[in-house]
Design a protein around this ligand. Structure first.
Ligand code: FAD
Length: 526
């Protein structure tokens, strides 16, 4: 290892950014080179596109994120018609389907909504910023609670998490009061109806500046900070291979997508944080093929609905003036789908669900004028129950060396199925969603299960484990088993069945991995 180590980071999303930040803050003289296959969208790299005020610029930034297919396969971008019609997760622009049906497309008939974002900041430039913490069996069993709590605290700081966003909204409080009447007595202490933590910085006008990879990078983007001199971000640069000498990583071979020139960049550590499908694909293409690679794929199934808030019920807890105040606040950023967000967190054994309840003055789908509850004065909630998917080896992305994908990588096939175990929890959650809807008003979109892949929270494909027994890819510090200087990051590391949005958890795991890597570099061991 050199005195001034070089760390190559593949992928510029929140996880790659966590590694860059923690390593540069901890290893004096280190240099981080971050490679990102997609383009830079905003002047400040990695900013959430939701902060772009101009609708035309916002649309353009989303389109630029839709992968190399964006030009050639325009008509097949987005969720396929017929599988999803409308939903609470409306901000799907900015992503591109893996199975888009054109030449070089992945095969994912049993996981059709699988999608990715290809841009500086990754999916983190498009995310909804919901940042609940894992609880009970969602947590990683081999990390002690004290350490875990500290890691989650650090992850919250990196992502600028607000515990009480929109807590002052009287409309939000009324929704909580109604849900609490319905469910409060069934929920354990500390896991009741609450506001949903979100990642962003409240602004003086009551709006929020949403967090992206930019806030995680923090001082690395500040020209005044010496750390910015040690950080280099190369956009439109595709990492083609992680290069190895035996079980030591020596660097990466990269292709400049502007010139198509290929070059080798030497590195003391390589961090692969290129999402839960493309990271295992890159490892596979590089000849790193642990038995569990790509397997144990999970996501949380989601049942969603839209409910028109009932004036009579809401007026028990909020006034017309409160509603006017909420509507004026909403008018400040009308394109932003997130306002007064509430939740019921996961708890065991009675409530293994993560519930998200998002207020909006309009529905996420057009309603016929004059239809019942169209232009509902008290607005709507988009409400979803996230459930667990219990990990199984056979739910997997596999790679075919003989069939190149559109980028020339071994193509992906995703095989995935929900079992009776999931079906029982889905039925239970759907029943509760009906109760929640009745407590708040009337359904304008009935509860329904979204197609597989809709959550955008893909986990398990590079899962971490306590021992190298063939059921995990990475050790408890995120190093690929057998390769001390090859580190992996992202939701793919999560080995447990979770019901919640996973990014905060993955940042916490990355903080642990980065601290360990920094320690090893400091001791000259990497
Ligand atoms: P990503 O953000 O996916 O970044 C990976 C990057 O790697 C990409 O930019 C990609 O282009 C790049 N890359 C891939 N291959 C290569 C290569 N070979 N060479 C160079 N670069 C490469 N999560 C939550 O927790 N809460 C939410 O509310 C939430 N809402 C979401 C809403 C939407 C619409 C979307 C799209 C996602 C949402 N997510 C949410 C998920 C969240 O954005 C991801 O969990 C998070 O971005 C993962 O971070 P990451 O750094 O691991 O990967």
């Amino acid at each position: 290892m050199s005195t001034n180590p070089t760390i190559a980071v593949v992928g510029s999303g929140p996880i790659g950014s966590t590694y860059a930040r923690v390593l540069l803050e901890r290893v004096p003289g280190a240099r981080v080179v971050m490679f990102e296959a997609g383009p830079q969208l905003t002047d400040r790299p990695g900013e959430s596109v939701r902060n772009i005020a101009d609708p035309g610029q916002k649309a353009r930034a989303r389109e630029m994120s839709q992968g190399p297919q964006a030009g050639a396969y325009r008509e097949s971008l987005g969720i396929p018609a017929g599988t999803v019609t409308e939903g609470m997760f409306t901000a799907r622009q900015g992503t591109h389907l893996l199975d888009y049906g054109g030449a070089g497309s992945a095969h994912a008939t049993s996981f059709p909504a699988a999608a990715a974002a290809t841009n500086v900041g990754g999916q983190g430039a498009h995310w909804t910023c919901a940042t609940p913490s894992p609880a009970f069996s969602e947590k990683i069993p081999f990390i002690a609670d004290d350490e875990w709590d500290e890691l989650i605290g650090s992850a919250k700081e990196l992502l600028h998490v607000q515990g009480a966003a929109f807590a002052d909204s009287a409309v939000g409080a009324a929704i909580r009061a109604l849900l609490d009447e319905e469910f409060g007595a069934e929920l354990p202490e500390g896991y009741g109806v609450d506001t949903l933590p979100v990642a962003g910085d409240p602004q003086p006008d009551g709006s929020i500046r949403w967090a992206g990879a930019d806030v995680v990078l923090g001082p690395l983007l500040d020209p005044e900070s010496p750390l910015s001199q040690q950080f280099e971000l190369r956009d439109l640069t595709l990492v083609r291979r992680v290069e190895l000498d035996g079980n030591q990583v020596t660097g990466v071979t990269v292709e400049d997508l502007r010139t198509h020139e290929t070059s080798f960049v030497a590195a003391d550590i390589v961090v692969v944080a290129a999402d839960a499908f493309r990271s295992p694909q890159l490892l596979w293409a590089s000849g790193v093929r642990p038995q569990a690679l790509g397997h144990y794929l999970t996501e949380h199934p989601v049942v969603i609905s839209t409910v028109a808030l009932d004036a009579g019920k809401m007026e028990r807890f909020a006034t017309e003036e409160d509603l006017d105040a909420e509507l004026s606040r909403r008018a400040l950023n009308p394109a932003d789908p997130v306002a007064a967000v509430n939740r019921i967190p996961f708890s065991e054994p009675e409530h293994p669900f993560s519930v998200q309840v998002m207020y909006s003055e309009s529905t996420p789908f057009p309603m016929e004028p004059g239809a019942p509850y169209a232009e509902n004065r008290w607005g709507y909630v988009n409400m979803g129950y996230g459930m667990r998917k219990h990990p199984r080896y056979e739910d997997a992305v596999t790679f075919d060396d003989s069939e190149p994908d559109y980028r020339g990588f071994p193509n992906m096939t995703i095989e995935y199925a929900l079992t009776e175990r999931e079906s029982a929890e889905i039925a239970d959650a759907t029943e509760r969603l009906r109760r929640a809807g009745k407590a708040l008003g009337a359904f304008v979109a009935e509860p329904r299960l979204m197609p597989n892949g809709s959550s955008l929270h893909y986990q398990g494909t590079m899962r971490m484990g306590e021992s190298d027994d063939g059921t995990s890819v990475a050790d408890p510090w995120s190093r690929v088993w057998g390769y001390s200087n090859l580190v992996v990051g992202g939701n793919a590391l999560i080995p447990t069945a979770t019901a919640m949005n996973p990014t905060l958890m993955s940042v916490a795991i990355a903080v642990r991995g980065a601290r360990k890597a920094a320690e090893e570099l400091g001791q000259g061991k990497a």
